[in-house]
Design a protein around this ligand. Structure first.
Ligand code: HEM
Length: 308
């Protein structure tokens, strides 16, 4: 009545909503995968220059090992996530799949094509019959609704979702293949002697970041036009702030973020460019932490230094 959506008594049902376990699992695995791919990519980069570098070998072995474990888990988690989304945000999944029409007796999986919201169809669709029903309902003949079952102004923009979803899934499958290739090379005892594997690891180094962004776009664009699904439209949630004020703060964000992250990325790339040194000693010093989360630049003396 007051134009507010506050759950009776507690915010916990909002945080622990029905998609929470799926999102948490999928996003945490995404973080593990992204990290593993960067480590494997940096290891591969240095092995292409010096195959004997022990540090680089360890990075490649551990990174690819992690990818081999996490990529199949991520695909399983993503599949479960999709089933949950179909239950709670069906229009999102229908847009991801490019289903404008309902399919009463089994929907095909559209691999590629050009979705057009205006024409309400996917042009040049390449599809596999009934596979979408098999994936989403575990039954090839199961019916699936279509976007046309929703009013035009209650649908997300299908083209963005169709492609962001394919980028995420495509990269997930590429990660799986990289992990399997790594296992195969390890089994053949050629993990450090397969330059094409090292090149593939370098090429896939940034793939985790791209997949995470694609997943995020799928999630956020996919819930449009709702800010609170089925209850409140994004258009009704906007703040009464004039466009120039929004543009100014956006411009400030762009400038500050480009400067801060730009420098950060340059710094990290310079660190990455340095090969791990042969026989590099284990870290000896324990950084002491300040009261907050920021490490301070002082070190506890090691026991050996204390003795000395
Ligand atoms: C390969 C198979 C994959 C499938 C089937 C899959 C499935 C999904 C689905 C259905 C969503 C959207 C769900 C929703 O918003 O309701 C999603 C979101 C997401 N995906 Fe994937 N995914 C896959 C691979 C990946 C990979 C490889 C990564 C990253 C390394 C990734 C990262 C994400 C992220 C970060 C989100 C956003 C989650 C959120 O904000 O709640 N996904 N995925």
């Amino acid at each position: 009545a007051q134009g507010q959506f506050v759950p009776a008594g507690s915010w916990l049902p909002i945080i622990f909503n029905p998609s929470f376990p799926y999102r948490l699992t999928h996003t945490v695995i995404a973080a593990f995968l992204t990290t593993a791919l960067v480590v494997a990519g940096v290891g591969g980069w240095h092995l292409l220059r010096d195959r004997a570098n022990l540090g680089a070998r360890k990075m490649l072995a551990m990174g690819l090992g992690m990818v081999a474990v996490m990529a199949p888990l991520q695909i399983l988690a993503g599949d479960e996530h999709g089933l949950n989304t179909l239950e709670h945000q069906p229009a999102k999944v229908l847009a991801m799949e490019g289903h404008y029409d309902a399919h009463p007796d089994g929907a095909p999986l559209i691999l590629f094509g050009l979705p057009s919201d205006r024409d309400e169809r996917v042009r040049y669709a390449v599809e596999i019959p009934r596979l979408s029903s098999l994936i989403l309902r575990h039954d090839p003949d199961a019916p699936l609704p279509g976007l046309k079952d929703f009013a035009r102004d209650r649908r997300p923009p299908a083209a963005i979702l169709f492609w962001s979803f394919r980028i995420m899934v495509g990269l997930g499958l590429a990660m799986l293949m990289l992990g399997v290739w790594g296992l195969w090379a390890r089994w053949r005892r050629r993990l450090y002697d397969t330059p094409w594997l090292h090149r593939a690891a370098v090429a896939m180094g940034p793939a985790g970041f791209v997949a995470v962004l694609a997943g995020w776009i799928t999630t956020e664009v996919g819930r449009q036009p709702w800010v609170i699904y089925g209850h409140m439209l994004t258009a009704d949630a906007r703040s009464p702030i004039a466009a120039p004020a929004v543009a100014t703060s956006l411009a400030a964000f762009v400038v500050v973020y480009f400067a801060v992250f730009g420098l950060g990325v340059l710094y990290v790339l310079r660190l990455i460019a340095k090969p791990p040194e042969a026989h590099e000693a284990e870290p000896r010093r324990t950084p002491r932490h300040a009261a907050g989360i920021t490490p301070v630049a002082t070190f506890e003396p090691t026991n050996r230094e204390k003795d000395a």
